[in-house]
Design a protein around this ligand. Sequence first.
Ligand SMILES: [Mg+2]
Length: 439
Amino acid sequence: MVKITALDTFDVRFPTSLDHDGSDAMNPDPDYSAAYVVLRTDSPDGLSGYGLVFTIGRGNDVQTAALAALEHMVVGRPIEDIVDRLGDFARELNGDSQLRWLGPEKGVMHMAIGAVINAAWDLASRRARKPLWRFIADMTPEQLVGQIDFRYLTDALSPAQALAILREAEPHKQARIAQLETEGYPAYTTSPGWLGYSDEKMLRLARQAVQDGFRTIKLKVGLRLEDDIRRCRLARATVGPDIAIAVDANQRWDVTTAIEWLKPLESVGLAWVEEPTSPDDVLGHAAIRRAVAPTPISTGEHGQNRVMFKQFLQAGAVDLIQIDAARVGGVNENLAILLLAAHFGVRVFPHAGGVGLCELVQHLAMADFVAITGKKEDRAIEYVDHLHEHFVDPVRIVRGRYMAPTAPGFSAQMHPDSVSDHLFPDGLVWRELSLTVDD
Ligand SMILES: [Mg+2]
């Protein structure tokens, strides 16, 4: 009998703030970081499960401590007890009453729970020798519904309604798998748009993105209106009318500010406006959406759980949503959110970038295409070309599209040297930086 022998955690940080990579209106100096977790087993082949929470520097130690707090739920258990009962496992982690007090189902503890659940899905799909998207797609509609905690959802989506969506997809799965493996899944890029970049750098990267085959680019906005007007107009003039331009305010505005700010940007023709205000403000998003229509409004990367997504959809507060692989309660809760979006007919543009978020979320989008919606050409997964070299199975982007992963697992495993070199504060990279600063 194979058992889980350890839950190992690592505080991994990359000094990205040195180049303003990842800078936006609310986060001027992010150091992209991963609270990284490994579920080790005593399997003779070295089978392990990998997961991570993305953070942006300070606080990654807090996030890592939250991961370690889940050790008692995992270590010593037979792996069958976890990987053959992933729905029950997720409910158990969310149900620890003493840890639940820290949420419930939100914030640091919920993100830690999500990463351990994701590591369990990684373990399960590695054991099945399938990439995670395929592992999910090969589940029956009944098995998929069994993964989801419908508590707090049934006023919007019942298990029977979810089952009906999944059964409708069932006969088309094999054709969709073949289509996905041939065509890949559309990507859009945020690489040109970081707020700390000069106009020259932004335009050079925008031209490069179009040459590389991307059909949508995204620019960060929200610091100074005159800069946003200039940058958006320059970008539009550079990429032409056929490339979609989205903007992302990263929660910068009050509701009234958002409405005033977005009026002069209307003429640019925006594909969507992301996170205009607080990620918890359902009615605020609805008010902005009404005021700036037909400009599409979006949120979700900081959506803390399925209940928030339910409310945004019920209130008609958004035109599209972002999901994030490492913020909510893992694969299980993201399946609930994808089914909610399908039920309400709202498109999903998954959030990525950061550390490992592209690697993770591609699997969820692809599983959605095969097993839930059958749609991919009217949506796209975010792509940022940072830090992929640290992953054992990095994303493959060809002509602006994510190619379907073929290696078993959830693509979360990092190279051991990348982990040890970037350990905070004693890894090689951080020791060298502190020597530079001391000089
Ligand atoms: Mg965003």
